[in-house]
Design a protein around this ligand. Structure first.
Ligand code: NAD
Length: 353
């Protein structure tokens, strides 16, 4: 079979990665998509159950910091492209274990860049290294203003600092070795298959189980939210049409104060679960603020819209409603994730085949 392209997606078993893998596998039947993932606590192959038998999809287990393993995969598949999402992604975990974030996000990215450089060896025609990053590298905003692609980096958590360092390595490989890179910095994503340690799935799950809804500080922090499938579409657009050596901000033009978002979720859940209005909101519990908690992130995604024509497809209320419906219809997925049973899926589906 003649393949148009072979692309390695790193972190494809994670939240965003699984949406990117699904989109590419379904949209490009003549591409071979190799999902490379270490299957840490955040990697869950149950996220890809619906496409795992497709002939243009392959899963390979591996750690991006493992040079030998990455070299082996480059030799085996001769990748045309890498879409790099593998990372430690949770800010609270980065405060508990910063070095793990340096290892995966900084060393892992540098290792991948280096293996790609060595294997492509200056033959860059048709090649692309796409690095997926976050708006958190820009630091924290006051009440006014937006992050643009020109905003200087000012990361303030071990997570954002490790992502900032990885972004700098990507640009260093572009300027030093002319590696054909492209990069995007996206705001907070929400949607299906989101590990329930993150705000929106955590709240949905706790409301469902009548457990307290922990809100940091006074809930005044502001985040921009984007539907994960719109992020995956942006990645598709930028992978294919983005200019080499450029970065694109991706966002939802959709800012919400945490506390307002939690109230909105509570009222959607009241309606879905047949509770009286205001019942779920009684579960809200204010907890000590996260140290160094950035006040506000807001992203200006006009470059991506102007140059490549991308814009979000869903209104937030509609996306949130869809997301709630998904979690309510997929309680087995949540139960597996919260009990740790999802890790057995890999053993049963892949190791014992
Ligand atoms: P996630 O934690 O859900 O998934 C990360 C995946 O990477 C997991 O499948 C995990 O097993 C894998 N992984 C971790 N360490 C690895 C290693 N050493 N080798 C190979 N695989 C490894 O994260 P996510 O929310 O899907 O984020 C994906 C990427 O997008 C990250 O780079 C993150 O910084 C970026 N990002 C996330 C958001 C967001 O809102 N979630 C926003 C902007 C950017």
């Amino acid at each position: 079979r003649k393949l148009a392209k072979t692309i390695m997606v790193t972190g494809g078993a994670g939240f965003i990665g699984s949406h990117v893998v699904r989109l590419f596998v379904n949209k490009y039947p003549d591409y071979l998509i190799v999902n490379l993932d270490a299957l840490t606590y955040a990697g869950n192959l149950e996220n890809l159950k619906d496409i795992e038998d497709k002939s243009n999809y392959i899963f390979e287990r591996g750690d991006i910091t493992d040079e030998k393993r990455m070299q082996e995969l480059f030799e085996k598949y001769a990748f045309d492209g890498v879409i790099h999402l593998a990372a430690e992604s949770h800010v609270d975990r980065s405060i508990l274990d910063p070095l793990q974030f340096v290892r995966t996000n900084v060393l892992g990215t540098a290792n991948l860049l280096n293996v790609a450089r060595k294997n492509w060896n200056g033959n860059y025609a048709g090649k692309r290294f796409y690095h997926v990053s976050t708006d958190e590298v820009y630091g924290s905003l006051g009440a006014e203003g937006f992050f643009t692609e020109e905003t200087p980096y000012d990361p303030r958590s071990p997570y954002s600092a490790s992502k900032a360092a990885s972004d700098h390595m990507v640009m260093a490989y572009y300027h030093t070795y002319h590696l054909p890179v492209v990069m995007s910095n996206c705001s907070n994503n929400y949607g299906s298959y989101h590990f329930p340690e993150k705000l929106i799935p955590l709240m949905i799950n706790n409301i469902r189980n009548n457990k307290p809804l922990p809100v940091y500080g006074k809930g005044e922090n502001v985040r921009d939210w984007l539907w994960v499938e719109d992020h995956a579409r942006a990645i598709d657009t930028i992978y294919h049409n983005g200019k080499e050596g450029e970065k694109y901000n991706v966002g939802g033009f959709n800012e919400w104060k945490n506390i307002d978002l939690v109230h909105l979720l509570c009222s959607i859940m009241d309606r879905k679960l047949g509770r009286t209005e205001g019942e779920s909101a009684e579960l809200i519990t204010y907890v000590t603020d996260r140290p160094g908690h950035d006040l506000r992130y807001a992203i200006d995604a006009t470059k991506l819209n102007r140059e490549l024509g991308w814009k979000p497809s869903l209104q937030f209320e509609e996306g949130l409603e869809k997301t709630v419906d998904w979690y309510l219809a997929n309680t087995e997925w949540i139960n597996h994730v919260t009990s740790g049973d999802y890790q057995k899926y890999y053993l049963e589906q892949y190791e014992q085949r």
